[in-house]
Structures are given as structure tokens and as C-alpha cells.
Design a protein around this ligand. Sequence first.
Ligand code: TUI
Length: 311
Amino acid sequence: MSKMRTRITELLGVEYPIIQGGMAWVAEHHLAAAVSEAGGLGLIGGANAPGEVVREEIRKARKLTDKPFGVNVMLMSPYADDVAKVIVEEGIRVVTTGAGNPEKYMDIWKAAGVKVIPVVASVALARRMERHGADAVVAEGCESGGHIGEQTTMTLVPQVVDAVEIPVIAAGGIGDGRGIAAAFMLGAEAVQIGTRFVVSKEAVVHENYKQRIIKAKDIDSAVTGRSHGHPIRCLRNEMTREYVKMEAEGKSFEELEYMTLGALRRAVQEGDVARGTVMAGQIAGLISKEQTCKEMVEEMMDQAKTLMKWD
Ligand code: TUI
């Protein structure tokens, strides 16, 4: 298969214009290494983990691959400062950030030569990140799983592409080569894929979680947390039904948060897909089988290249 070069493949030194989402509990060293080995950019999700846990994950990933991989910093984490330092100490070359504004870390990362790619859900934040020296941005639409903004991928990506000079990576609702081709038509130079990689063979995710994604239909996700400004997309279950009911009753942010404490871990590791949080994007309905990351990447790229007559 011939190469598909964009400013992003050059910036990251990867074969294909595909980066992996920084999914909490899911994006650990096995998945990150497998996506990088497949020719994309794998990422270790810092999530709510302490710096030392992330350091161990980085070291374990290095044992599995010589190819570049990055780290995603979840900015609402109480350990974000520590993780930001560990990234520099471990010589990580690429960082993506989520759920906030990474400005305060920009100087230390840039000084260390780390490529910084903030995930944004608005044009305003994309512009601001460019001014602060971001190397690229991920424009993530609300089709995504997990913490989301308001704009759809279809509307956000071209507006961000027009607003900034740096390259744009499209995210949210992309799960096959058609999605990649569509993202390129909107002006993106790479895509971020999350939900599809959750069902990869290499992802250390409970079989129940993978099966819920594989069996999901188009309308099976719900958004919780809109009432307190932290919307999260996940697959509907007992937990989301109860959450939405409590939100309608006007329960406080603290009460609602208490209910979801540890719920993502319970779903990912213990397979409690009834009472746990099964974060996934709207594209879950399209995902029908478990494959290796290499099979996924090659299938998606073959399809995208045919559609774009890129060869
Ligand atoms: O971050 C994500 N997706 C995530 S993070 C996550 S873990 C979490 N758990 C509980 C509560 C919150 C997070 C699960 N999924 N995607 C990237 C993303 N970032 N989407 C939207 C944003 C975003 C939203 C608002 C980025 C910045 C922002 O405002 C920043 C500012 O200060 O303007």
C-alpha cells in the first residue's frame, strides 16, 4: 500500500494519518503500542492516573514498540501537573490534551521539543491554541464518546480548518474509510479514532464492553451530564437511565458525580455494562467485529484511498 502523506504524517513521523483517542482506562500500553505498530499514532491515556502510573505505562509501551507513540493528558485530572512533567522526563514526543485548556503546560512542553496537539470542540479554542504554539489541533465533534462539546464533526471541522493555519485532525463519528475520506473532504489532514479501537484484539477491555459496542445500534448512545456542563456520551443502560432521571429531578453535581465514581473502570475492567459507564461514540452502530489494530488500519486506509483516488 502506498503512503498517504500529509502535514500530520510528517509532523508525527507515522505511516498513516490516523491517531488513536486518549481513552481513559482503555488507552493503556497494549493498545497504544499496537496502533503505533500498525502505522498510526498510538496514545497512552493519562486519564485520572497519577504521574508514576503513566510513567510505567510509557515504559511498558516502549518494550512493545520502537515506533513513536504519544500521551493524552486529561486536563480535569487532579494529576495533570504530574503527568505533564512525566511526559518531559520520559522524552515523549507528542501530546494530545482533552477536557480543558492546556496553555499552562505549553511552555515546558515546547521547550522540551514535545509536539502539542490539543483536542478542541470550538473554533475559539482552536485559534487560541494556535496562538499559544500548538503544532496541530484535533477538532472533535459531539459524535465522539466520552466528554464532548456541542458542535458536530461535519460543522466543526471545516470551520476550524478555515480559522487556523496549523493542520487539523478530525474526530467524532469516524470508524471506517468513508469517514476518513469525508474528513479529508472537510479539510482535515488526519483522523482520530476511538470507539473502533476499543474493540480491537489488543485492547485490554472486558469482553462485555466490546460486545456492547459490537451489538450497538445507531441510536444506542445517550449524553449524561448536560445539566452541569460536563456532557459525557456513553451507551444507554441502567446507569444512564438513572442518571438522566436524577438530572431531571435537579440533583446536584456532587450527587451525580458520586453515582458515576469508578463506573468507567467497572465497565472496562469488570465488564459491568449495566451499572458501569460504557463510553462510546455514535459510530458504535457501524462497528461489527473485533480485529487487530493492523487489520483495522489497513482496511480503513484501503477504503479511504480508493474513495479519494489517492495512489
Ligand atoms: O476529553 C475528551 N474526552 C473525554 S475526557 C474523559 S474523562 C472525564 N471523565 C469525567 C468528566 C470529564 C472527563 C472522557 N472523555 N475529549 C476531548 C474534548 N475536549 N472534548 C471536548 C473538550 C473540551 C471541552 C471544553 C476542551 C476544552 C474545553 O474548554 C476549555 C476552555 O477552557 O475553553
